[in-house]
Design a protein around this ligand. Structure first.
Ligand SMILES: *Cc1c(COP(=O)(O)O)cnc(C)c1O
Length: 392
């Protein structure tokens, strides 16, 4: 079942209302810079809490349907001023990205596959009828922001500067329609490793009475609205001691994602072969950069089968009973991988294997290997085209 949506470009959609040819696109070289007079104190690495402290500056790019994109502005991090009638507040027209900047041993700033984040933001904008933009130019403006706030990029391995590009509809109107005004802004915050003291495997609650995404919905776009409705389900399972929801979908209880991460299983398939499995990009799965990287690495290694296909809870339980299930983990930029140790499903807790050769271990061997390899690439220790050095 593959849901390939013939997505019209926004230019096609809007071609009747405006001639986009005259509209300006983002031009990084036109970026204006207004430096903050106040240099904030950067917390010590050990005191970093995800998403709480923001660097001195932000990037702000405004769009309107008459002129297109204005010159990008780098300015002090601060509040936005928007009309209370702005579309974003009423109909949730917002999408975002999550990416990181890393400092390598020689002090260079590195990004990990940033083109994928720009492509995904572009597609999320298309889905919300937000304006399209030049992806390379937006990335160049973000790189300028990183160079200006370079001191905020921690140099210790495992630490990084989290980058949050965000697009919103800002038209002053309660009408439900494509917005005549929009904004892309980018804020950054220093973050520590997801696992400060080694891996901590998580316990999941398989959830089917709430649904994260559905065919024809927005599950494959990085949209704030997808997150808003996941907060209450997460709180509910937390009351029963589970860290996250394992989102199921459909009459067969298909596994889709875990919390806000993609999902992987490593098992011995019915033909007796070791196989890495993840659900396919059928429209309900967010196309993660980490997901794609893991699939790519595994296919390059060529040591086991790699397949994108639907997996159901009954299949997982059968594999467990037959001792064919080897490892399960979530994958996303924040943690790279998140090992899974338990799944609560229909009143029963199923223990998921971690590393059978080490009873104290909190992650399977393959899970760890993906984490080590990707982190090695991100910090420039393993030379790879995915790691892009930001030029001064
Ligand atoms: C962001 C996100 C992911 C992970 O994507 P990465 O690009 O690997 O960070 C997975 N699932 C959901 C729902 C997400 O929003």
């Amino acid at each position: 079942m593959l849901f390939l949506r013939p997505l019209m470009t926004n230019r096609q959609l809007f071609s009747t209302v405006s001639t986009t040819a005259t509209l300006k696109d983002i031009v990084a070289a036109a970026t204006t810079v207004s430096l903050s007079s106040h240099r904030k104190q950067i917390p010590a690495n050990k005191d970093l809490v995800f998403g709480k402290t923001f660097a001195d500056h932000m990037l702000d790019v405004n769009w309107d349907s008459k002129n297109g994109w204005a010159a990008p502005e780098i300015k002090p991090y601060g509040n936005l001023s928007l009309a209370p009638s702005a579309t974003v507040f009423h109909y949730g027209v917002e999408c975002f990205e999550g990416m990181k900047a890393y400092k390598d041993k020689s002090g260079s700033i590195r990004l990990f596959r940033p083109d994928m984040n720009m492509n995904r933001l572009f597609r999320s904008c298309q889905r919300l009828a937000l304006p399209e933009f030049n992806k390379d130019e937006l990335l160049k403006s973000i790189e300028q922001l990183l160079l200006i706030d370079e001191r905020w990029i921690p140099s210790e391995r495992g630490y990084s500067l989290y980058i949050r590009p965000t697009a919103i509809a800002t038209q002053e109107s309660l009408g439900v329609g494509s917005s005549s005004n929009a904004k892309i802004f980018v804020i950054t915050c220093p973050v520590g490793p997801y696992y400060k003291t080694g891996f901590a495997a998580v316990s999941l609650s398989a959830t089917s009475h709430y649904v994260r995404a559905w065919p024809g919905g927005t599950g494959d776009s990085k949209i704030g609205g997808n997150y808003a409705c996941g907060i209450r389900p997460q709180l509910e399972v937390a009351q029963h001691g589970y860290a996250q929801n394992l989102w199921l979908f459909g009459p067969n209880d298909n596994l889709t994602e875990v919390g806000t991460m993609n999902l992987f299983l490593f098992w011995i398939n019915k033909a007796g072969q070791r196989e890495l499995v993840t659900p396919p990009l059928d429209g309900t799965i967010l196309p993660g950069v980490t997901r794609d990287s893991i699939l790519n690495l595994a296919r390059t290694w060529g040591e086991f089968e790699v397949i994108e296909r639907p997996v159901t809870m009954p299949e997982v339980i059968e594999a467990l009973k037959e001792k064919r299930l080897l490892e399960m983990f979530g994958a996303g930029t924040a943690a790279i991988v998140s090992p899974i140790k338990n799944i609560g499903y229909k009143g029963t807790d199923y223990a998921i294997p971690l590393d059978p050769s080490d009873p104290t271990s909190q992650a399977g061997k393959l899970t760890k290997r993906f984490a080590d390899t990707i982190m090695g690439i991100q910090y420039g220790e393993i030379p790879h085209e995915w790691s892009v050095v930001v030029k001064q």
